[in-house]
Write a protein that binds this ligand. Structure first.
Ligand code: ADP
Ligand code: MG
Length: 406
């Protein structure tokens, strides 16, 4: 009979408030960059309203957000008044005013992930301390305040020595390598001096960099995306191969470490765990991002639920989606405009047109106002031909690329 589809709907539904999408909670996002943009796109498919807070009038997320509030996510008063307009508050960047978030949380504002997580993650030294206290394998590290202490670290850890800024680091800005004791002072001054707050890390002799995106729902359920390999160029994520071409053992170890790391942090959302694989099969944690991550762009095309949709589901307390891949393999190729303005945009335009001629390739225009950035994601349903096509195009972009069939 034609009642069969409706018999499970509660009888009092007429008294329920009108919900137009899957949720009528407004999601507030601190930051309106490319990750915020992709988050808005995923949310909009489910009719979830996303408000972004970003100081740039032409920020990438601005054109796709339900609402864009122009203002600084690092200013307490601005964050406070923004938070009061949202049902749940989340981030697409960790460099936000975490002290204000903690205060707002005490006043009942719903932050996902929790302010404590943002506070730990945004200070890389604090982050390392936190994970080492939770028994997660990491490269040795040490706080430094002057040249003497860096020299001491160099004696202990050897060279090259990685010197890092504790805060406001991204795309390798915030890292400097000293290849010998003589290079300490130039590396430190490249980072802006000791006053910026520095620490050092022992060099991790990795053979591959891996990344695992872990989602946690409000009910503490966890769900992991397949382990991917990330290849950096000038410290910026350049190529992502999904799944990573590593043994099952390495995959399982990576997932165990990623889950353990996320388990030590509070709140719902997706978390990206960056890892180093060493030649002897050890996996070390590099850092965690408490948000969607560029190693997960490929999930838009290659997985049943993208990391962006998963983040929205997680922070709203909706059921988590299936993170598994719906194609055997995918490659994400990140194109960074090298020239600002006209020439850069012209080149990006040409590259995008070329990419559109590849079967299985999708382009994602990041919407950066000054320098173009595009992600090209290629899913493969029959591995060989598509990956080969991909390789030809990647070659024509001027970057040699070896095809690896997974
Ligand atoms: P960012 O915040 O810019 O991503 P990371 O700390 O992740 O900074 O470092 C950027 C890149 O630098 C890493 O992806 C890795 O390639 C390299 N790197 C970072 N730490 C180390 C280390 N201890 N040893 C060797 N390489 C490192
Ligand atoms: Mg990193």
């Amino acid at each position: 009979d034609d009642n069969s589809n409706t018999k499970n709907i509660p009888m009092d539904r007429k008294e329920s408030p009108v919900v137009r999408g899957v949720s009528d909670t407004v999601v507030g996002v601190l930051g309106g960059g490319q990750l915020g943009k992709m988050l808005c796109q995923a949310a909009s498919r489910m009719a979830v309203k996303v408000m972004v807070l970003d100081p740039l009038a032409d920020c990438p997320a601005g054109s796709v957000a339900f609402r864009h509030v122009v203002g600084s996510f690092d200013d307490g008063d601005t964050v406070e008044s923004f938070a009061k307009r949202c049902g749940v508050l989340t981030v697409e960047i960790e460099h936000v005013d975490a002290v204000t978030l903690e205060r707002l949380e005490r006043q009942g504002v719903d932050c996902q992930p929790k302010a404590s997580t943002i506070q730990i993650i945004q200070d890389k030294y604090l982050q390392k301390l936190h994970f080492s206290q939770h028994g997660i394998p990491l490269a040795d590290f040490m706080q430094v305040d002057d040249t003497e202490s860096v020299k001491k670290a160099g004696d202990m850890f050897g060279y090259p020595l990685m010197i890092k800024s504790k805060k406001l680091a991204y795309d390798g800005r915030g890292n400097a390598v000293a290849r010998s004791q003589e290079e300490i002072s130039s590396a430190v001054s490249a980072l802006g001096g000791y006053g910026r707050g520095l620490y050092v890390e022992k060099w991790a002799p990795f053979v591959k960099e891996l990344s695992v995106i872990v989602a946690r729902g409000r009910d503490n359920s966890m769900s992991c995306y397949p382990v991917v390999e990330t290849i950096h160029k000038d410290n910026i994520c350049h190529i992502v191969e999904a799944p990573a071409n590593v043994t099952e053992q390495v995959k399982n170890l990576s997932i165990d470490i990623a889950k353990k790391a996320v388990d030590s942090l509070e709140g719902a959302g997706v978390f990206a765990v960056e890892l180093f694989l060493t030649s002897d099969g050890q996996v070390l944690l590099n850092e965690v991002a408490p948000r969607p991550h560029n190693s997960g762009h490929h999930t838009i095309e290659s997985c049943y639920t993208s990391q962006y949709e998963q983040h929205v589901r997680a922070v709203l307390g909706l059921p988590l989606g299936d993170p598994s891949m719906k194609v055997p393999a995918a490659i994400m190729y990140n194109i960074l405009g090298e020239d600002e303005g006209e020439p850069g945009f012209y080149l990006a335009n040409q590259l995008m047109k070329r990419a559109l001629s590849i079967p299985g390739a999708s382009i994602h225009w990041y919407g950066k106002p000054v320098t173009p950035r595009v992600a090209i994601i290629m899913g493969s349903d029959s591995d060989l031909p598509v990956m080969k096509d991909a390789a030809i195009v990647l070659d024509s972009f001027g970057v040699p690329y070896e095809v690896s069939i997974v």
